[in-house]
Ligand binder design. Structure first.
Ligand SMILES: [Zn+2]
Length: 233
């Protein structure tokens, strides 16, 4: 089932068996306010289809990706599985509607990606050896889409734009702020897809999400230590 709503609160997301599509956020808001109700051709049927494909990927891949969840594993391991599920789910879904422009540039910004990968290495290792509590990781996870993502956007603007432009750009691109699972998922899946047999590897990852770490490391050129995953599942 696809629900079309008009509230401007979110964009599109997967429900348990369907997809919610916010027409206001994804169509109307794409047009400057003064022209909003005159020119709807800036959001094409093609873009709408791609967004729905992204969300339907979440719906249909859920059963495979979550099928592996081991409820007898340690809490730390269950958290790692949850993050891997999110990383793979977003990384694959984003192939349906690849970002462009500013959003694409910040998603692929080396410093942003390196920061998120360092976080993955640190937090996953802590979860595996039990030095990070459930409470701490819950806070970390929530901050990823909020304070941390805002900070990464601020830092990116500082590195790339003059000071007098930053505040305006921050407001304009707050929706494009880099969120951990999206940055890591897009980065890893895109690299793996470019490897020989990449598509088959990604199909395999859909039922064994932990394989993303190994295949991703294989995709790296030598001498890129800041981009490597040092955590082993
Ligand atoms: Zn998504």
């Amino acid at each position: 089932m696809t629900c079309f709503i008009y509230d401007g609160y979110g964009d599109a997301f997967a429900l348990r068996d369907g997809v919610d599509f916010d027409i206001y956020s994804l169509v109307v808001r794409q047009v400057p306010e003064t022209e909003r109700f005159q020119a709807h051709d800036s959001a094409t049927v093609d873009e709408i289809e791609k967004t729905l494909a992204h969300e339907y990927h979440h719906v249909y891949a859920r059963r495979y990706l979550l099928g592996k969840q081991d409820t007898t594993a340690t809490l730390g391991k269950q958290w790692i599985d949850y993050f891997l599920y999110r990383i793979v789910s977003e990384g694959v879904a984003m192939q349906c509607n690849p970002s462009s422009g500013f959003k694409r540039r910040i998603l692929e910004d080396t410093a942003t990606v390196a920061y998120c990968l360092a976080q993955l290495n640190e937090k996953f290792a802590g979860l595996k050896n039990g030095t990070i509590s459930g409470d701490e990781i819950d806070k970390w996870s929530q901050a990823n889409s909020d304070q941390t993502a805002r900070q990464l956007l601020t830092d990116y603007l500082k590195r790339n734009f003059p000071e007098d432009k930053r505040e305006e750009l921050f407001q304009l691109h707050i929706i494009d702020r880099p969120i951990f699972e999206y940055v890591v998922g897009w980065w890893m899946i895109t690299r793996i897809l470019k490897m020989p047999g990449g598509k088959d590897r990604v199909m395999e990852i859909l039922s064994s999400p932990e394989k993303i770490l190994e295949y991703y490391n294989e995709s790296l050129p030598p001498n890129s230590p800041e981009m490597r995953v040092t955590f082993s599942y």
